[in-house]
Design a protein around this ligand. Structure first.
Ligand SMILES: NC(=O)c1ccc[n+]([C@@H]2O[C@H](COP(=O)([O-])OP(=O)(O)OC[C@H]3O[C@@H](n4cnc5c(N)ncnc54)[C@H](O)[C@@H]3O)[C@@H](O)[C@H]2O)c1
Length: 442
């Protein structure tokens, strides 16, 4: 099938490459000239394991190409996937300008039946809005307007394992009121379903949109729940790791997303929880649970700062190393990364902040020019008053604890990801604080 992908960022580029690898002929489009230039010269402009190799392969055999010309991309496609950003706005709702613009432009350029698929995460009512703007554009064009069929096909990939998640999804969800769109989406996904046997959930548009919102909100709720339990563990001298293990063995609960820590970040959970809360309120239902989820998450960053203050009293003029900048391992994405929040808060208090990350330092240099950057975690810690672990990269999990102790000026470790062996750290002479590991101090 001929497919175009509008917006070749973290979702769009992976989707484009994977669909090309499954045998479709894919054209990727972006309005960011620098990104397009990089892609045309063969460079993937962000870090995602396995993506560069996949893009190399599918561009070499001609199944994926890039363009900056929307008319060309629409002309090429039977299905257009829209993967543009939907960043959060100050009021909580997402900014849907980009997706609206794409819908209008597709309606302007379509010369034959085309399916427009929202893959970006959008509130449940966006499909109806897109249909409205498309119809308006078609009325303007008059008799030469071609039909644009709207569908929703939310994306569930995780950065860091995005290629695998996209090529071998747990499930595929799409919703549409159009028979043609449903048939074409079945055809798009047929080779993937045949290869991995994943379930397919076919719905209407608002249901598909809501599945995405509800999924992310639920995962964020699990994380805030376990973080709240961790805070109680800290107070009563219990061990959150064993609490989570004990809970997770219950088949009704399971182990996933019960890792306590510094809180979730990234480009999805924070904005998607906000957007779902905003949507619910806008339709007259106050989803207060999600408000609490947000607050607990914000509080986790404060928990780390409180632990630092407990150990160091005041922080001004001290030197603190932060290990890990990306919002999670396997990506260089710094959007809503807890490490960036921490660094900003510490800089504001007059702290000298040092940071280590194996892949994300380029972005830190741009976002926070006052942070001192290190490509070796132990060198970053040398002489520091304390170290905070903000991302559980393998390079950090596997640090030699005696070397860490020897590097630090004061042997204070705040493990915001519970990724070190706390008991071994204490045995190595470190003042170790995890999140919810109160048993180590009692
Ligand atoms: N990143 C994730 O892990 C993830 C997972 C699931 C869903 N999503 C959702 O997918 C959407 C995209 O997220 P992302 O992380 O890929 O964002 P991104 O910022 O990495 O990519 C978006 C791309 O769209 C391009 N773009 C914006 N407007 C455009 C236009 N009018 N024409 C052409 N290109 C345009 C941008 O230049 C950018 O390259 C968001 O709605 C997000 O919530 C993201």
């Amino acid at each position: 099938m001929n497919i175009s992908i509008v917006g070749v960022g973290h979702v769009g580029l992976v989707t484009a490459a994977v669909l090309a690898d499954y045998g479709h002929t894919v054209m990727g489009l972006d309005d960011d000239a620098a990104k397009l230039e990089a892609l045309r010269s063969g460079d993937v402009p962000f870090f995602e394991p396995g993506l560069q190799e996949l893009v190399d392969r599918v561009t070499a055999d001609g199944s994926l190409a890039f363009t900056g010309d929307l008319a060309r991309a629409v002309d090429h496609a039977e299905v257009v996937f829209v993967c543009v950003g939907t960043p959060g706005l100050p009021g909580g709702g997402p900014d849907l300008r980009f997706i609206e613009r794409v819908a209008v432009e597709v309606a302007q350029h379509a010369t034959r039946d085309v399916v427009l698929v929202e893959k970006s995460t959008v509130p449940a009512n966006t499909g109806a809005r897109l249909t409205q703007v498309i119809e308006r554009e078609q009325q303007r064009r008059g008799s030469d307007a071609a039909a644009v069929h709207v569908a929703s096909n939310p994306e569930f990939l995780r950065e860091g394992v995005a290629v695998k998640d996209t090529a071998e999804p747990d499930r595929i969800v799409y919703g549409t009121a159009s028979d043609l769109a449903r048939e074409r989406l079945r055809e798009v996904y047929a080779p993937m379903v045949a290869a991995v046997g994943c379930p397919v959930v076919e719905t209407d548009v608002p249901t598909a949109e809501l599945i995405k919102h509800a999924s992310n909100a639920f995962l964020a709720t699990r994380l805030s729940f376990i973080n709240a339990v961790a805070n109680v563990c800290d107070k009563v001298g219990a061990d959150i790791e064993l609490v989570a293990q004990g809970m997770g063995h219950d088949a009704r609960i399971g182990h996933a997303f019960l890792q306590a820590g510094i809180g979730y970040g990234g480009s999805c959970f924070p904005k998607d929880v906000d957007a779902f809360l905003h949507l619910s309120r806008s339709v007259g239902y106050d989803f207060g649970l999600l408000d609490e989820v947000r607050q607990i998450n914000a509080g986790q960053r404060q928990v780390v700062l409180d632990k630092l203050r407990d150990e160091l009293w005041h922080l001004t003029d001290k030197t603190i190393a932060i290990l890990g900048a990306a919002f999670k391992p396997g990506t260089d994405d710094l959007r809503e990364a807890p490490a960036i929040y921490l660094a900003e808060a510490l800089l504001e208090e007059g702290v000298t902040v040092r940071m280590y990350d194996p892949v994300a330092l380029g972005g830190v240099a741009t976002a926070l020019p006052d942070v001192k950057l290190f490509d070796d975690p132990l060198v970053a810690c040398r002489g520091a008053h304390a170290v905070v672990i903000a991302t559980e990269w393998e390079q950090i999990r596997s640090l030699d604890l005696s070397e860490l102790k020897a590097a630090l000026g004061y042997p204070i470790v705040i493990d915001g990801r519970n990724c070190l062996d706390g008991r071994a750290a204490m045995d190595a002479g470190l003042h170790y604080h995890g999140i919810g590991r109160g048993h180590l101090r009692s």
